[in-house]
Design a protein around this ligand. Sequence first.
Ligand code: AMP
Length: 537
Amino acid sequence: MLGEMMGDSLTITSIMKFANRVFADTQIVSVTGENPRHRTTFGKAFARAGKLANALAKLGCAQGDRIATLAWNDYRHFELYYGISCAGFVCHTINPRLFAEQIIYIANHAEDQWLFVDPDFVPIVEQVQDQLTHVRGYILLCDEANMPQTSLVNAMCYEAIIADEPTEYDWPELDENSASSLCYTSGTTGNPKGVLYSHRSTVLHSMAANATVALSPDEVLLPVVPMFHVNAWGMVYSAAATGTKLVFPGPKMGDGETLSALINEEKVSFALGVPTVWLALVDYLDQSGSTVESLCKVLVGGAACPLSLMKAMDRYNVWMHVVWGMTEMSPLGTYNDLLPWMHELPEEEQYQYRLKAGRLIYGVEMRIVDETGNELAWDGKTSGRLLVRGPWVCKSYYKVKESDAHLPDGWFDTGDVATIDRYGYMQITDRTKDVIKSGGEWISSIDVENAAMGHPDVAEAAVIGVPHPKWTERPLLVVVKRPGSAPDKKDLLNFLIGKIAKWWIPEDCVFVEEIPHTATGKVSKKDLREQFSDYRY
Ligand code: AMP
């Protein structure tokens, strides 16, 4: 027997129409190249999304066309998110930090028709434009007064193309399963892979995220995670659905001073970003003596959160909630919040729970399995390959047949290795490709890195496995020193005693000027292993 309820489509258009009716006056504040504090509202931004949709129709875009963006977090990117997807096109966000060859591969693979480019990224696009096979023109995200000189063919000004268009647009009734947006993962091996989100997956993810993190018109949200990386963790949709004021940092993502000013001036209460940006904020606060009184809650994810960072944010009364997810998961999978009884634990024990990736959010299922696919216990000790499934988890990559997608029994293999404790708290111990196996036992490089990051002279730490005659592999600690410090390698290794298992303590520590990173800011263990391929114990 079927239920008797209405089957309205779950589309991003429904979020836009809802927010336009209920939260039209909610503010959007942006830092842009042209204006350090641009102010608009949801209502005005959606009106301009209508103008944009009319302009795209004039450019001859057809349903399903991929329209790409290379842009910072600001109000124009917000308009592109809604204008493109709600008009029935696919908003393809490209990470401008990718190598030129990857940008060429991605834009050609996606068959992008038009590229919306922030003036800051024009030099990158000029360099590759001859090799872009499907692009018909470039729209620069600025007004006419700020149009840069450019060799881009068929370059237009965003403000000029939307200026005379009407704000009304006959938004199509879209199938909820139609594609809404596209984001490529910058894997460290092989070509990037496209994750093609649907309207339905986006709306469901947004609802689940809202139920979990509790955005509301009382909150002010600062997404420091880029809109070119998994739709700023989906929060650009969640904010509209809940009427949460948005503060966009534009090109000033990693700038502690600007972040602190935005938080204090705009009364930001809620923020999200990877650990690196919070390290930059804490550094600035420590040096300047400033505070961030309004900021209560930060979602931190994308990489493990070091204990020292969580403690530093606690000093500023900011509670960090670790989240875990991935591009293929829209991205949220888990969220860390303590259970009531955990607040009564001694502080150091609380940190042990708080540092974990947290518990599942409703809608996602997960399991850990051994090498042959047998499910492992949730005992907090046994680690295994982490598999997930759910309505906002990708079932295949763009233009990859589902049958070639390597989904064991319909589960998505995250490539992460994790433990799950009896309360359901998951903890990432490694990436499958990065695990260190010493004498047949796994060492968690993440735990070793976090312990090393607790040393006051360590700016960044990474651990890789290197060949060892007796133990097959042993961990090597690679450290970037804090400017002005001169740590001794013996002291550093001794510092780890008591913080991690004795046999996990690296055999050696080497100091480097810089640790290689991927385009999404994660440590590139592959490059690091290459760098130390000749290293021998
Ligand atoms: P991406 O698809 O670029 O967002 O990267 C996803 C990957 O980032 C995951 O598979 C994890 O390896 C890593 N990651 C995300 N969140 C966390 C976290 N809280 N702790 C440790 N690693 C994380």
